[in-house]
Design a protein around this ligand. Structure first.
Ligand SMILES: [Zn+2]
Length: 296
């Protein structure tokens, strides 16, 4: 089957994890921000992991290289715009990009500035490339509750300009979701749809907590669900959607091998699943690649 021609949807896609290597080089040069090298081909070796990467540490280290160029309007707008182009080229007809405004701001560049710039890039991209998309704002496990409450308020403020939901990202092994419960209670009161990264490297209990305590209608990854049969039945009956990211799960060691990934089991058990890229620039993949992985 020609998966490239198939119209596709990507619901789990990090804006910063989708940045083009050539854009990092150009913006680094333009903004006077130091990156290891300004040659795109050389820089790719620093930013992208190998196909056979099996290390979460190595995977996360790649982001550190370009974090200094994020808190600029020109960056946020450009990566959002280029993401529309890249998705359209892969015949993705709708996507939801996500990012944490609290990690993309600085003293002079506020969380709101970051949201406004990203939305502007998506607006222009949708117009120029005939694609549809939404923006999810990520709360983060390792930042303060107040920053996450501010993130939810921003999401509500810009819901009619393209923000479609709230996420919780970060290291679930180190930082529990519970301290941020108040932010998700606010999101529920404001009727902002919620997705939460849970059961990626952590336990199935994190999925239960995300769905039943914090009101997540979708779960990012959720591979740990296979270890709790009772919970699997509960979330299936509830219609919770699992945003599956195969290559990412392999590269961050959430699963030992593709054949051990529970995606097929979830499908057989009639759990609602979607295929997604997560961080296509770091993994050097397209959504078409993910569909081809399922086929093989
Ligand atoms: Zn993710």
């Amino acid at each position: 089957m020609n998966f490239k021609q198939l119209p596709k949807i990507d619901l789990h896609l990090h804006l910063d994890g989708a940045i083009r290597v050539s854009t990092i080089a150009e913006l680094g040069d333009e903004l006077g921000v130091k990156v290891p090298t300004y040659g795109p081909r050389e820089l790719a070796k620093f930013v992208q992991v190998d196909r056979d990467c099996r290390s979460l540490t190595d995977f996360l280290k790649r982001f550190e290289i370009f974090y200094p160029i994020l808190p600029y309007a020109v960056t946020q707008e450009r990566i959002a715009y280029e993401l529309c182009e890249d998705c359209a080229r892969d015949n993705v007809i709708y996507f939801e990009a996500r990012f944490a405004p609290a990690l993309a701001c600085s003293g002079e560049f506020t969380m709101e500035d970051a949201v406004v710039a990203a939305l502007e890039g998506l607006r222009r991209g949708q117009r120029d490339f005939g694609i549809h998309c939404g923006l999810i704002l990520c709360c983060y496990r390792s930042i303060t509750l107040q920053q996450n409450i501010d993130t939810v308020k921003l999401a509500a403020k810009y819901r009619h300009q393209g923000v479609v939901g709230i996420d919780l990202a970060g290291d679930e092994l180190r930082d529990p979701a519970a301290p941020h419960a108040e932010a998700f209670a606010l999101a529920r009161r404001l009727e902002m749809p919620i997705t939460i990264h849970a059961g990626e490297g952590g336990k199935a209990e994190n999925i239960r907590e995300a769905v039943f305590d914090h009101g997540a209608a979708r779960i990012g990854h959720g591979v740990a669900l296979e270890r709790d049969t009772e919970l699997l039945k509960q979330v299936r009956d509830r219609g919770t959607v699992f945003e599956i990211c195969l290559t990412s799960n392999l590269q961050t060691c959430s699963v030992p091998s593709l054949s051990k990934h529970p995606f097929k089991k979830f499908l057989d058990e009639k759990v609602r699943v979607t295929l997604n890229t997560d961080d296509p620039a770091i993994s050097n993949i397209t959504l078409t690649d993910e569909f081809e992985l399922v086929e093989c």
